[in-house]
Design a protein around this ligand. Structure first.
Ligand code: GDP
Ligand code: MG
Length: 163
């Protein structure tokens, strides 16, 4: 059993940057992972001896009703359902956004374990970075910097703590 950790969030919040950091040299695709689709990117990470699967979802556009964006949103909902734990990324510099609210609503309804993660928080105080995101109703936010690495190890340790 390898826990499946799924990264969700609107475009440009840093999902792929976090994916690359978590998978590092194991960035090779897990090509034989059941249900592989081209809408998601699968990799393997490891904390100590514990391996886990990381899923980078595509863009998430819950307001789009037709075409490719609608298809991507459905794919992301399916990816959430197939997760053991979801890391929901938001952007400390861009601030809270209506798309974040839509995704949060979907995640609250999913019943999945969700860690709210405020990315791009390097150089900011933790308190200032996370303040406005409490209202998403997903518990205490974690401040991280996917590109610098700050907070990433404690985030993934908490994500995997029950496995
Ligand atoms: P995605 O669309 O959610 O996959 O986002 P990307 O990983 O492609 O990142 C979007 C942009 O944000 C890129 O220019 C990244 O370099 C930048 N970015 C990602 N993580 C951080 C971070 O921790 N701090 C800062 N300042 N920029 C970041
Ligand atoms: Mg990406």
């Amino acid at each position: 059993f390898k826990p499946v950790v799924t990264l969700v969030g609107r475009p440009n919040v840093g999902k792929s940057t976090l994916f690359n950091r978590l998978t590092r040299s194991r960035a090779a695709l897990v090509a034989d992972f059941a249900g592989l689709t081209r809408d998601r990117h699968y990799g393997e990470g490891r904390v100590g001896d514990i391996p886990f699967i990381v899923v980078d979802t595509g863009g998430f556009e819950p307001v789009a009703k037709t075409g490719i964006l609608h298809h991507m949103a459905r794919q992301t909902e399916q990816a959430i359902a197939e997760s053991d734990v979801v890391i929901f990324l938001v952007d400390a510099r861009a601030g809270l956004n209506a798309h974040d609210q839509d995704i949060a609503s979907l995640l609250r309804k999913s019943g999945q374990k969700v860690l709210l993660c405020v990315n791009k928080a390097e150089g900011m105080s933790h308190t200032a970075a996370v303040a406005e995101f409490h209202e998403l109703g997903l518990g205490e936010p974690h401040a991280i910097s996917a590109s610098h690495g700050d907070g990433v190890m404690s985030l993934i340790e908490e994500a995997l703590s029950s496995f």
